[in-house]
Design a protein around this ligand. Structure first.
Ligand code: GLC
Length: 586
């Protein structure tokens, strides 16, 4: 057994499965997934072996941003079902020992939330619930907006994450309000203690209903810099670098921690920005400060993203490793990492970091091996366990996402981009809609997702990639994921072992050991991953070879050539394309 100095937590030992309800499973034929559809698949999740479900927003919403624009935090969106359906889902999950975490979206609400309706009407109780400012004289400043009274410019030059100015003029209140996302997502004013009271009460209300935690949407944006500074070179201006980790963010979260959080909950804060300074990260995760269990940073998600949806950068394996190595090191003694390579805002990982053609299966398994054997809590995004891929978008009509359409349409209108066709490859690779196509349950019509017309196209590869086929085949990505998940339950070293990277600068092979000192001696694993379409030889340092080692899991058939155990003894691995091996070094 491990030494007593390990801080055991159920959420460290868990695997989280993310459900994006709109695209999961539709039971009423309207082409949109729903909560009864998730209830229908609880046994599926149980068979896979996951411990926690993170549910993307299911609250009442006009859907300007697929539920991230909430009109009522205490009711369920009609399209998704009723509160009774939600309660049934919670019961069904809990009766199988699966926990449920909800999405907490409190940087902003919908403009249809009653707080905003009252705020724009100038109701004294709500007037300061949002961030309202007067406009500037357009002749005196260098920025402008297409909307608003003649001669007036927005209060500052901030840009929305979804493109265009971050301010909208409201005719009724005759003032501008801040929206870091869509115009229908006004930012809440966290400086107002009544806003905090309302948010904390609402969280308490959900905890009382029995949930096990929250994923907190863009939570490092809640504190805006004092005076809303406006230097266009300031990092607070411009998309992807909005007002992150603002001056009072830790104070607000510490208050939340004190008033509503508990170490028994799983809380994971989404942290926007090109880089989260480690001092901030530690404060977010310190039980005596902000008290979150984990955070999602974006450093690995930005490696290949250009500044705009129509731009791409090259990524190198050594850069990807450097991000994970920095985070493992930064949180070695305090804090805990989350591990993800895709979610509802990111393209499919096998298309992005793997090879979704010839080696789709191998590379999906390899990436899964990485996520399940690094130190941290793995997050599986729906369909990842099938090796689902990006979608072959052909025209703008194929997209639904505001974050793809709005910036691109603006750029085409402004003449910055000629046409969709001119930037098709990059937009295809970047769009959030890649993740949002319906889960492929079968090879049948609409992949078994709906009897109606799906709200977003079904991937044409459903014949090959679907739950039925995957479950019927013992060598599938699905079965491999199930094995990876159970490995975590069997070996403490997978959860708690120290991570030591080998060959950090190598751009083809990612290899590392995991070591846990126990009273019965060391438990030690070696993980070796070939991120390429070619065979590769790996010469191991002397201290990671073993005469008695065994292969715990690998993504090539175990039988025959090459002899993976004697290769380990010789310290000379020959990895095939996208091969992943996890050895127990004993
Ligand atoms: C987060 C969500 C994303 C949403 C945005 C605004 O990044 O994951 O889907 O659009 O916040 O709420």
């Amino acid at each position: 057994m491990p030494d007593g100095d390990i801080e055991r937590r159920w959420w460290k030992e868990s695997v989280v499965y993310q459900v994006y309800p709109r695209s999961f499973n539709d039971t009423d034929g309207d082409g949109v997934g729903d909560i009864p559809g998730i209830v229908e698949k609880v046994d599926y999740l149980d068979d896979l072996g996951v411990d926690v479900v993170w549910l993307n927003p299911v609250y009442d919403s006009p859907n300007a941003d697929n539920g991230y624009d909430i009109a009522d935090y205490r009711s369920i969106m009609d399209e998704f079902g009723t509160m009774a359906d939600w309660e049934e889902l919670l019961d069904e999950l809990h009766s199988r020992d699966i926990k449920l975490i909800m999405d907490l979206v409190v940087n902003h609400t919908s403009d249809e939330h009653e707080w905003f309706v009252d705020s724009r009407a100038g109701d004294p109780e709500y007037e300061d619930f949002y961030i309202w400012r007067d406009g500037r004289d357009a002749d005196e400043v260098s920025w402008s907006a297409t909307e608003g009274p003649a001669g007036e410019a927005p209060p500052n030059a901030w840009k929305s994450y979804f493109g265009g100015p971050a301010w909208a003029y409201d005719e009724e209140r005759e003032a501008w309000y801040l929206h870091l996302f869509d115009v229908k997502q006004p930012d809440l004013n966290w400086e107002n203690p009544r806003v905090r009271d309302e948010v904390f009460e609402m969280m308490e209300w959900w905890f009382d209903k029995g949930i096990d935690g929250f994923r907190m949407d863009v939570i490092n944006l809640i504190s805006k810099p004092e005076g809303l500074p406006n230097d266009p070179d300031d990092p607070f201006c411009g998309a992807m670098t909005g007002p992150t980790n603002g001056p009072r963010v830790h104070e607000f979260l510490a208050e939340m921690n004190e008033r509503v959080l508990d170490r028994e909950y799983l809380t994971v804060g989404e942290m926007l920005g090109p880089e989260i300074p480690m001092e901030h990260a530690r404060r977010y995760l310190d039980p005596d400060e902000d008290g979150l269990s984990m955070l999602f940073h974006f450093e690995h998600m930005l490696l290949d993203r250009g500044d705009n949806i129509w731009e791409r950068d090259e990524w190198a394996l050594s850069d990807l490793k450097a991000v994970f190595n920095r985070w493992d090191d930064g949180l070695k003694t305090e804090g805990w990492n989350s591990l993800y390579l895709n979610n509802h805002d990111q393209p499919r990982m096998v298309s992005r970091f793997g090879n979704d053609g010839e080696y789709r299966r191998e590379s999906a398994k390899l990436l899964g091996t990485l996520l399940h054997t690094l130190r941290g809590t793995p997050y599986i995004y729906q369909g990842e366990e099938l090796g689902m891929t990006n979608y072959p978008f052909e025209s703008l009509d194929d997209f639904r996402d505001v974050d793809t359409l709005r910036p691109l349409e603006n750029a085409i209108e402004a003449g910055e981009v000629d046409s969709f066709d001119a930037v098709k490859e990059a937009v295809r690779a970047n769009s959030r809609d890649n993740a949002r196509t319906p889960v492929q349950w079968s090879a049948g019509p609409n992949a078994g997702f709906t009897d109606g017309e799906p709200w977003l196209g079904v991937n044409p590869n459903k014949g090959e990639v679907n739950v039925e086929t995957e479950r019927a085949d013992e060598d599938s990505v699905w079965h491999y994921y199930r094995d990876l998940i159970s490995l975590r339950k069997e070996y403490d070293v997978v959860v708690y072992g120290e991570y030591d990277p080998l060959f950090p600068d190598d751009d083809t092979v990612w290899a590392y050991t995991r070591t846990l000192s126990t009273t019965d001696g060391d438990e030690r694993l070696l993980v070796a991953l070939n991120f390429s379409d070619d065979d590769v030889a790996v010469g191991l340092p002397d201290d990671v070879t073993s005469d008695e080692g065994a292969l715990l899991i690998g993504n090539y058939p175990a039988d025959g050539d090459p002899d993976v155990v004697s290769e380990l003894a010789a310290g000379d691995l020959r990895l095939r394309p996208w091969e992943a091996r996890v050895y127990d070094l004993r």
